[in-house]
Design a protein around this ligand. Structure first.
Ligand code: GDP
Ligand code: K
Ligand code: MG
Length: 289
């Protein structure tokens, strides 16, 4: 019997959704940062094993929409709800269980769910046992699984539970498929991740990245990307004194991209100011939201 299905990951910002997706897929698909709302799109990762294929989706954290960008992000959460076969409900084990369960209740899930208590590395065994007991009492998840996505603990056990809940069916994608996202898109996300790591406060939230050129040359891949910000002052910060900051950004991003595409990369970055891109439908469309 062959199994196949769509498994979507839900949870509050910073619960560890992207880290879990990467732990499962084993490639740096979804960007990770300690800041909230790093993930703006749905990212799909495909895992194919003898006997089953799972198509995973990471979703942006569940939040109240403030900008048009936020509305689109919540649209991604809703569409993920509609096409899931199994839902992974993930929470930070240190976060309030009550609040998270309330949020998961509000999703009105119609598909089987696994409740994941992430970041078990932060809890003592005794505290984890107490939490597990309370979480199991909720009764709406088929199973409750403690994991550490970052330390890759209990991921195998989690996978077994997922496979057990998968419906029967044929594979959706060829068996060498890793993701439905283009390399260009993933490269833009890697650059965006570095912006989250290097810059403070509002900068990352006012920034988007588009790859404008992706050329395979004989010995290397030439990539040009535009970093879009909303104000001149932000452009100045990203460039840094004598271009120091953007050079650092470029180096860090290039190293990740080279690892991912397994080729030498020449990366060229430009910073452009586009006021209010986050509230402009045309821009949002152009930037792939
Ligand atoms: P998302 O917003 O739900 O996608 O969360 P991320 O995957 O971006 O992770 C948010 C933060 O939590 C990052 O700093 C991660 O390194 C951290 N994190 C994720 N999983 C774990 C874990 O198992 N243990 C610990 N200690 N930190 C984790
Ligand atoms: K995050
Ligand atoms: Mg994320």
């Amino acid at each position: 019997m062959h199994k196949a299905g769509f498994v979507n990951i839900f949870g509050k910002p910073n619960a560890g959704k992207s880290t879990l997706l990467n732990a499962i897929i084993g490639e740096k698909l979804a960007i990770i940062s300690p800041k909230v709302q790093t993930t703006r799109h749905r990212i799909t990762g495909v895992i194919t094993e003898p006997g089953y294929q799972i198509v995973f989706s990471d979703t942006p954290g569940i939040i109240d929409p403030k900008y048009k960008l936020h509305e689109k992000m919540m649209g991604a959460v809703k569409s993920a709800l509609e096409d899931a076969d199994v839902a992974l409900l993930i929470m930070d084990a240190k976060d309030s269980l009550e609040e998270n369960l309330e949020l998961f209740d509000s999703l009105r899930l119609k598909v089987p769910a696994i409740l994941i208590l992430n970041k078990m590395d932060n809890l003592s065994k005794a505290d984890m046992d107490t939490l597990l007991e309370k979480a199991r009492a909720w009764g709406k998840a088929k199973v409750v699984v403690p994991i550490s996505a970052r330390q890759q603990k209990n991921i195998k056990e989690l996978m077994q539970e997922i496979v057990a809940l998968l419906p029967e069916g044929n594979a959706f994608y060829p068996d060498d498929t890793l993701t439905d996202k283009s390399t260009r898109f993933l490269v833009a996300e890697m650059i965006r991740e570095k912006i989250f790591q290097l810059f403070e406060e509002e900068i990352p939230y006012h920034t988007t990245v588009i790859v404008t050129q992706f050329q395979e040359k004989e010995t290397l891949t030439k990539i040009t990307a535009e970093i879009i910000v909303t104000r001149d002052t932000q452009k100045g910060i990203i460039l840094g004194e004598k271009g120091k900051s953007i050079r650092e950004l470029g180096t860090l991003a290039r190293q990740d991209i080279e690892k991912f595409i397994e080729r030498k990369v020449f990366l060229e970055l430009f910073v452009k100011v586009r006021g209010k891109w986050r509230d402009n439908d045309l821009y949002l469309k152009e930037y792939g939201y």
